[in-house]
Design a protein around this ligand. Structure first.
Ligand code: OTU
Length: 637
């Protein structure tokens, strides 16, 4: 079905779909023009993925029909947003992100609405609401086992309320981020229920196997994501006497994207969320969506093609909406999703290197990794963060380590010991997550404050240690704020929230240490944020101040490059940004001792620069001193 888009003449079946789905002629013309623009590449991809399937011609029309329906149903205010938002709106230096669980943070959507004033006080322009869709009541992986993308969990509110919240957020200058959990659904999703009842159409939505032959063959090359909580990648389904592919938990059934109907159905779910007012769709667990025997079934070329096709189709139905990749994998693979597939991506490498540098006091791996891997395609931006709702897995590249004389595997062991507090003198209070005795691998759970030393300092009631912990918190947060892209806070971290060990009392959480860093909103902490001498107040003030500085100066726009400067002091990180006549030079000390140094003479810098954080001028011809974990944001224009 080659489409002669130049003449605007679509094949008859497509024309009919357009006429029925978009009755308004003017709107139909807009749609047809956008579709013509993306269709050559999109159909090439669909052909590559599904060309061999006999039902394919039908599927193509079906894809266009889904997009046309979504376009026709898109509310006027969102269409207006599509027309008026700058194309690369997410690259503005004004962007400031945060994330929360609606239930833990504000009980429900009504409660969340009341927090919008606080989001503005903090300077937020981006809010990721963790999955809030209907899900099984007990085991639901923090909402990542979705029973319906079209219904909000009843105890949180309704889908209409969510759409109203989106509107209220937009009015407050905040973009809404929602998840699409691409790889799997809950085993009580409507599709799964139909499959269990024997409906072959929906059995085709999942990867089901009559016996262990293929599962065993696949297992030979698969890894285990949750080896401790959910070993193996397949689960026996008694109702069906079959094995379901379950990469994550037994109650999360992997979808079968080799079936074009699944590609289209999930496109429909994503567009539905966009039409509720989501500005960013977070593609959960995107590396896993395509499987081929004999491979790791992660980051396969077909997964990339699918995401690219979805992104193109979004440009037709909801062009201001962008995709965020959640690929917590080897940095080479993280990079492959960014650009034509996803405009945004988590930056797990910066995250882990910040923690590595804090633990070792040495910034070599951080600086080396960022110099090698920070640059992105022109339309893209990183989501720079230090903590999220998930664990920390040491995802730096072994080859990067080797290139600077480090041994990746032993560094990981050291970091695991350090962050679980086993290393003598460690300031961190983290918990192991999914320890795998076979590989000796583990990941780390813990809040920003507990990992950065606040919990340990409080145990010892040691004022100096408290100061150092606060500096560590502001240091790593500071780097995410100056690096460009969108900085992302886990709400609560701006107030120094500590680990919540009560998670172990909840039977459905006890096996999953990630709940230690997902505490409920603490109102006392929040209320003391303006008391300058309180612990939350000190942290809040420092972070809010850095956010406001970032928002005040256009030098932080993503388009202005971030340079990670190599210096001869391996305790320091030097980040430089330039924009027209303006310069920013951030100097950060990751060691526990003060550093005295001269600014690299290779950089052309003015004689004096002003530290934005303290409004103190610095003479750059003199030696500079940074206290332990101190930072300077030197600026000139
Ligand atoms: C994501 O994380 C979510 O962020 C988790 O909260 C979910 O449990 C999970 O998906 C399943 O839906 O393994 O430890 O490369 O590493 O998707 C977190 C991506 C995870 C995976 C990532 C996954």
């Amino acid at each position: 079905m080659a489409v002669p888009e130049q003449e605007g003449l679509w094949p008859l079946d497509v024309q009919q779909v357009l006429e029925v789905s978009i009755p308004d002629e003017e709107q139909r013309a807009i749609f047809a023009e956008r579709l013509a623009h993306i269709w050559p590449r999109c159909s090439e991809i669909l052909e590559a993925l599904y060309g061999a399937q006999s039902a394919f011609a039908f599927q193509r029309t079906n894809v266009i029909e889904h997009v046309a329906h979504a376009f026709a149903a898109r509310p006027a205010d969102l269409k207006q947003r599509d027309r008026t938002r700058p194309m690369h709106w997410y690259q503005s230096g004004q962007m400031m992100g945060a994330m929360c669980y609606v239930d833990r943070y504000a009980e429900n959507l009504a409660g969340l609405r009341e927090r919008i004033g606080y989001f503005q006080e903090l300077g937020l322009t981006y809010l990721h609401l963790m999955p809030l869709f209907r899900c099984p009541p007990e085991q639901n992986d923090g909402g990542y086992a979705v029973s319906s993308f079209r219904q909000v969990r009843p105890e949180l509110g309704t889908m209409d309320e969510l759409a109203e919240i989106a509107l209220a957020l937009h009015e407050a200058g905040i973009s809404l981020v929602l998840d699409i959990v691409l790889n799997h659904t809950a085993d009580d999703h409507e599709w799964a229920l139909c499959a269990k009842q024997g409906d072959p159409t929906y059995q085709g939505f999942y990867r089901l196997f009559p016996d262990r032959a293929l599962p065993d063959a696949y297992e030979r090359t698969l890894r285990e994501v949750f080896p401790d909580q959910a070993p193996g990648n397949f689960t026996f389904v008694p109702e069906l006497h079959q094995w379901a592919w379950t990469t994550f938990h037994s109650f999360q059934w992997d979808l079968n994207y080799a079936n074009p109907a699944v590609f289209t159905a999930m496109l429909g779910e994503m567009l539905f969320l966009a039409n509720q007012g989501a500005d960013v769709i977070r593609l959960d667990a995107v590396p896993f969506i395509w499987k081929e025997l004999g491979t790791s079934c992660e980051n396969l070329p077909q997964a990339h093609l699918q995401v690219e096709a979805w992104n193109l189709l979004f440009q037709v139905a909801a062009p201001s909406v962008v995709f965020k990749s959640e690929a917590i994998v080897h940095p080479d693979d993280v990079a492959k999703y960014i650009g034509r597939q996803c405009q945004l991506s988590y930056n797990p490498l910066l995250m882990v290197c910040l923690w590595e540098a804090l633990a070792t006091g040495n910034t070599s791996l951080l600086v080396y990794s960022m110099r090698k891997r920070f640059a992105l395609p022109a339309n893209a931006a990183w989501i720079n963060y230090v903590r999220c709702h998930d664990d920390i897995g040491w995802g730096f590249a072994n080859e990067d380590c080797a290139e600077i004389g480090l041994d990746g595997p032993s560094l990981r062991n050291e970091l695991n010991a350090f962050f679980t507090g086993r290393t003598p003198g460690s300031f961190a209070r983290g918990l192991p997550f999914n320890y795998n005795p076979r590989t000796n691998d583990m990941r780390i759970s813990g809040t920003l404050a507990s990992l950065a030393g606040l919990e340990a300092a409080r145990e010892g009631a040691d004022a100096t240690a408290l100061d150092l912990a606060i500096r560590r918190i502001t240091l790593v947060t500071g780097i995410t704020l100056v690096a460009g892209g969108i900085p992302l806070l886990y709400l609560g971290d701006e107030l120094g929230t500590l680990n919540d060990y009560t998670y172990a009392l909840t039977p459905t959480h006890v096996e999953d240490s990630r709940w230690v860093h997902r505490p409920a909103f603490e109102s006392a902490r929040w209320e003391s944020r303006h008391q300058a001498s309180s612990m939350p107040g000190r942290i809040f003030r420092a972070i809010q101040h850095m956010i406001s500085l970032r928002k005040a100066l256009p030098i932080f726009d993503t388009g202005n490059q971030t340079e990670w400067v190599v210096g001869d002091n391996h305790h320091l990180v030097t980040v430089r940004r330039r924009r027209q006549g303006q310069q920013l030079l951030v100097l950060a000390n990751f060691s526990a001792s003060p550093q005295r140094f001269s600014v690299d003479s290779l950089m052309t810098l003015p004689a004096y620069m002003m530290d934005l954080l303290t409004e103190t001028p610095y003479d750059l011809s003199q030696l500079l001193t940074l206290p332990a974990y101190g930072q300077l944001w030197l600026y000139s224009e």
